[in-house]
Ligand binder design. Structure first.
Ligand SMILES: *Cc1c(COP(=O)(O)O)cnc(C)c1O
Length: 432
């Protein structure tokens, strides 16, 4: 049954019929550090979603109309990040899986990753069949280059550098190590979208970079991710892997001489509603980062020279996105007292969240895989490798001493002053 009224979806159906359309997207409440991206949802995101719905073309490659939101998002993201190519994906985890596969990481290979990061980093390595090898982090909460050097073996295929908690890792010390041994560098900038290292966007510095747009990250469509690279071979393999192994005409045209053969891939394609929301969010990223950085810098300057706490080391302070002000206390007991003190002053603070010390997670320590013959741990080296607290004592110690004050993008002078006052008061009140 087709008739003109039913097939031509009018704007009224969406905008007029639903009473919810009159309700503002965000009610004004006290500024919060939770979910930064959604705090700036407005008519732009609404229009992007409605455009996609009304076009009935929610699939990125074809439909009743001509979809272009995901494709435009890829072009805009590549430009913003200073990379040649960007690939829109369903999550940061999917992006890690595509990136590792694009780097030809697989059974027999080792991938070095920080002991302190997110489950996805380890899981994606195991899902390629490769062996995850943990390296310690240092007082920057990112990879300790000296420990990375110790963990390199002839089988090391890639180093996964994670720019944790809004700060870049020490790229100038990690890149030369990798380059000298022909090891690939994957940058995980899931938590640091838009951050920089010495003027270059994170994700565009190594061989391939990934981002997450899950709701807790800087900009968001609730669930989404992306990958960037300037290497056409890596882009081609990642693109094939995200779409069943094939290359659609739109991507084929970008790679004027596609070289790889079809191979088995998955489906990690982004849809048009998500692409639209991400376009709107990307357009707000500089504004959002400007707000975060202003508050974080102001807090950091005003709490210099504390008795108990030291600020987290930032490998490039100007590239930090300001999403946290993190500090280190002498030990866990002092950290816990400091957290309790800040909370008593009504300041949002806590031990680090949204990341974990992976080697002590039970399924990782036990090396549990999706199948008992999974290749990651079948080699002599894979069988001999021990995870658990013994492989990451330095990271565990730093994690236990760490304190994070998350910064909200709508924080103003009042919130900055309250944080500074509370930090100074708690620091002065604790036994030296
Ligand atoms: C969130 C996160 C991911 C995974 O992103 P998802 O979009 O949640 O799949 C990967 N790495 C790090 C460091 C993250 O924080």
């Amino acid at each position: 049954m087709r008739n003109a009224n039913a097939t031509k979806l009018s704007r009224r159906l969406f905008l007029g019929a639903a009473p919810a359309a009159a309700v503002p997207l965000s009610a004004e409440t006290a500024p919060t550090a939770s979910f930064p991206g959604v705090q700036f949802y407005d008519q732009q995101e609404r229009k992007e979603v409605l455009d996609a719905l009304e076009s009935r073309s929610l699939f990125r490659w074809y439909g009743p109309a001509t979809p272009n939101k995901v494709a435009s998002f890829e072009t805009e993201l590549a430009r913003y990040m200073g990379a040649k190519y960007a690939l829109a994906l369903t999550s940061g985890t999917a992006a890690l899986h595509c990136a590792l596969t694009a780097l030809e990481v697989g059974p027999g290979d080792e991938v070095i990753l920080p002991a302190w990061t997110w489950y996805s980093c380890y899981n994606a390595i195991v899902l390629t069949g490769a062996l995850p090898v943990f390296a310690e982090v240092d007082e920057s909460f990112t990879l300790d280059p000296e420990d990375v050097a110790r963990k390199i073996t002839p089988n090391t295929r890639a180093i996964m550098v994670v720019h944790l908690f809004g700060s870049p890792a020490d790229m100038d010390r990690i890149l030369p190590l990798a380059r000298s041994k022909n090891i690939k560098v994957l940058e995980d900038a899931a938590q640091t979208v838009g951050g920089q290292y010495k003027g270059r966007r994170l994700g565009s510095i190594g061989d391939v970079g990934i981002y997450s747009f899950q709701i807790s990250k800087v900009i968001t469509a609730g669930e989404a991710g992306a990958l960037v690279t300037s290497d056409p071979a890596i882009f081609e393999r990642a693109t094939r892997f995200h779409d069943l192994g094939q290359l659609r005409p739109g991507h084929k045209a970008m790679l004027n001489q596609p070289g790889a053969d079809w191979f088995a891939g998955l489906n990690y394609r982004m849809n048009e509603m998500t692409g639209g929301v991400m376009r709107a969010q990307l357009g707000k990223l500089d504004m959002l980062l400007g707000r975060l950085r202003e508050s974080a810098t102001s807090v950091r300057h005003s709490i210099a020279g504390l008795r108990q706490a030291t600020l987290r080391r930032l490998p490039d302070p100007s590239g930090d996105i300001g999403i946290h002000v993190a500090m280190l206390l002498p030990d866990k007991a002092a950290r816990d007292r400091f957290v309790a003190g800040l909370r008593a002053e009504k300041v949002t603070a806590g031990p680090p969240s949204g990341s974990v010390i992976l080697p002590v997670v039970p399924y990782i320590e036990k090396k549990t895989t999706p199948h008992r013959l999974w290749p990651s741990f079948q080699s002599a080296r894979g069988k001999a490798l021990r995870y658990g607290a013994g492989c990451c004592s330095k990271s565990l110690q730093i994690f236990d001493r760490a304190l994070s004050i998350p910064i909200g993008p709508k924080y103003g002078q009042a919130q900055v002053d309250a944080i500074v006052r509370a930090v100074r008061k708690v620091d002065a009140s604790l036994p030296a």
